[in-house]
Design a protein around this ligand. Structure first.
Ligand code: ZN
Length: 138
């Protein structure tokens, strides 16, 4: 059965940054606001929020953060924190698991925040996406 590695406390600064980004999410159709914060091996961080459009081809928070990371020249994800409103521990959708996998290694972590508890489930990406697709396996 798929399970998180452990439950960890969330750094107050990380949570505050995520909540500020989540508040700026553009979700007029679903009303479901999500923020993601990616950390690279060098410690740089990139935030993203979901952006919806009326034709329903929306951008997830994780995809938004990945775009910011790539635009800055980064190519490796150490960990990503995710927080959604109204739901404890919102896991990334299937598309975003594959997007994260593109820039991940076996140590990449996904932290799903339960805001009401101030904690996060710590997952390995490979647990969330076993046997992810690579066009050119290394
Ligand atoms: Zn997604």
């Amino acid at each position: 059965m798929t399970q998180p590695i452990e439950t960890v406390q969330v750094d107050a600064g990380i949570l505050q940054a995520l909540l500020e980004v989540r508040a700026r999410a553009y979700a007029p159709y679903s009303g479901f606001h999500v923020a993601a914060l990616i950390e690279c091996p060098d410690g740089s961080r990139f935030a993203g929020c979901n952006v919806e459009t009326s034709h329903y081809k929306s951008i997830c928070a994780e995809a938004s953060a990945i775009s910011a990371m790539v635009a800055a020249g980064q190519r490796q994800i150490r960990r990503v924190w995710i927080v959604a409103d109204g739901q404890a521990c919102c896991p990334p959708c299937g598309d975003c698991r594959q997007r994260l996998f593109e820039f991940a290694d076996d140590a990449t972590e996904v932290l799903l925040i339960d805001q009401s508890a101030g904690s996060a489930q710590r997952w390995s990406l490979t647990e969330l996406l076993p046997a992810g697709f690579r066009l050119r396996p290394s």
